[in-house]
Design a protein around this ligand. Sequence first.
Ligand code: ADP
Ligand code: MG
Length: 382
Amino acid sequence: EILKGEQIRRDLHNTIQELRGNIRVFVRTRPFLPGDNGSTQSSLDIHPDGENLAIENRSKSYDFKFDKVFTPSSGQEAVFEEVSEFVQSALDGYHVCLFSYGQTGSGKTHTMQGSGSGTMRGIIPRAVEQILSQAKAMQKQKWKFNMTASFLEIYNEELKDLLVNMNEGTITGGPGMSTRNQSKDQSKLSIRRERDGRSYVAGLKKIAIDTEDSEIGMQCLKNVMSAAARARSVASTKMNSVSSRSHSVFMLHLNGVNEDDGTIVEGALNLCDLAGSERLDRSGAGSDTKRLKETQAINKSLSCLGDVFTALSNGSSHVPFRNSKLTYLLQDCLSGDGKALMFVNLSPTIESSSESLCSLRFAQRVNQVELGKATKHVSYKK
Ligand code: ADP
Ligand code: MG
């Protein structure tokens, strides 16, 4: 009975999402931190309706309206509650994507990943937890799910597999790919397209997440997260603050079969922690060619993301997905049949108000994008 209610609630949610069509945008402002030089005056004025906010920059005020504006005191649980149904629709066979966008230090990683396994954990562990518990509940209706996780980084327009050193239950992506052909070089990963038009990363590790036992499942996720953290910290000793200059994409692939009626669903959940959106001049890139190349690559993929959103909102017949690795990779979610949601992370400080205004303007453009009706990826066993 509870399951049925839950199913109805989710169907209703999906219908609402389909009717709305546009990319939803949630704004999250982090609280003041000790590193903010003791300043407590915020550039942002959040309306109690939770949808409107005003920002003051150079003594001018600008108003914005979004689907949701969290207050700095909104915790991880409250934030997840607002995206949980969206996330869970991957189990129904939707291709779902969540981004966190904003300048470095604004709370993107806090939102996506969070810290620890307690109340500060972010969307990634909460999403997996919830999908595991729902998959378990759906067993009673004869659903059987297979789930794998991948974690990659896009740095200087190159893809790196953050799980390259994991070997447990590892299989390669893509149809007919053999493990023997797998490149050992993390940076040689390339995006390919399947015959049905869907993109995949050739040779990317897919780590099985146990769906039978949620404790084992969460342990699988823990292993994935620490392997990714190790891969990133090795890289960051070579180049300062790589994480703020790269995009990271956590991917869950879900395959479900209903053993009663042979329904097959294929869902995907992508959780993207984007590179810092700060502008070139601020990052001190001018002096150093390597830095400059890097900053241009970051800006390229973020501006490509913007171009894709603009083309989509104009209903343009050509959407430049292929102009960057990020947009090419996420084409399924960003084109008509997927679902996308963007977090705009903001710092409350006056010093950040100009970057915050840029982020809000970007977000406003994103919010205007109307995706087509999302489609479920469902087929039937012959
Ligand atoms: P980004 O990934 O955008 O560079 P982080 O997520 O690393 O930023 O956040 C910067 C710092 O602020 C971190 O120490 C993080 O723990 C803290 N922080 C960010 N958002 C919040 C929040 N909502 N509540 C408490 N601390 C936060
Ligand atoms: Mg970060």
